[in-house]
Design a protein around this ligand. Structure first.
Ligand SMILES: Cc1cc2nc3c(=O)[nH]c(=O)nc-3n(C[C@H](O)[C@H](O)[C@H](O)COP(=O)(O)O)c2cc1C
Length: 224
């Protein structure tokens, strides 16, 4: 298993992840450590944002969606507080989200034109797979600061993006001012201590764009 160690959770309720880890260990045993590391690195550095207007059908099916959420569940999570949840927006509920986008715009700008309101509504219909990321930041453990929970949310989101990328889908995160709208909170039933972070969009890339250039390592790494 050169170089890769699997931390297997032995809780009875998590026997499934044990089986999955065994499967992964078997699959990875076929690759050398270098090949595995190269594969993971290539996967990570080749992920890029594909905005919803560039994503068409098909999106992930039920089995693939399950895998995306299993990947989220593997995020580091100090204290196992599970500070994230995801709310899917199926096609039949997109109209509700569209109204929230329009109402949020009207609240911000009472002079918004019908065309601007329509553009706001249209954003609810773009990606074939759309979900809201919710951070659960209510104080559950005084030893674990909110920022640690935010890191866990980010890791869960990235796990979803990378898994979608590995499946051949394009994806993106979208946010905007509607995220803090009371209309959005009401539609998604957000509780006290929960914050809407962003949407995750997943689908098939219809139009590619050139990848961005990543910052050079020396620009963000120093040594004491
Ligand atoms: C929480 C979050 C919200 C984001 N919201 C938006 C957004 O509303 N619109 C957008 O164009 N990009 C959004 N992005 C994506 C970034 O713009 C994108 O990741 C960045 O440009 C780097 O590009 P890359 O993902 O292709 O490397 C968001 C990213 C994060 C982390």
């Amino acid at each position: 298993m050169g170089g890769i160690t699997h931390r297997v959770n032995t809780k009875a309720s998590e026997q499934k992840s044990m089986g999955d880890a065994d499967d992964t260990a078997t699959a990875l045993a076929c690759l050398s450590a270098t090949a595995t590391a190269d594969l993971a690195h290539t996967l990570i550095v080749s992920r890029q944002t594909h905005l919803p207007k560039r994503l068409g059908p098909p999106g992930p099916d039920a089995e693939q969606l399950e895998k995306l959420f299993e990947a989220a569940a593997a995020a580091p999570d100090h204290g196992l507080l599970q500070p994230w949840r995801f709310i899917l927006i199926p096609d039949q509920r997109r109209a509700d989200l569209a109204e929230v986008f329009a109402k949020a715009l009207r609240d911000r700008d009472g002079a918004a034109t019908p065309e601007q309101l329509e553009m706001a509504r249209e954003k609810a219909y773009r990606a074939p797979c759309l979900m809201l990321v919710v951070a659960r930041l209510a104080k559950a453990d005084p030893d674990i600061r909110a920022i640690e929970r935010v890191v866990s949310v980010g890791a869960a989101v990235q796990n979803i993006l990378l898994t979608a990328h590995a499946m051949g889908f394009g994806s993106s995160l979208t946010s905007g001012q509607a995220m803090t709208s009371p209309h959005l909170r009401a539609l998604f039933g957000l509780e006290r201590g929960e914050k809407a972070v962003c949407f995750i969009n997943v689908g098939t890339v219809t139009r590619r764009k050139s990848p961005r250039i990543h910052p050079v390592v020396s620009s963000f790494v120093t040594s004491l």
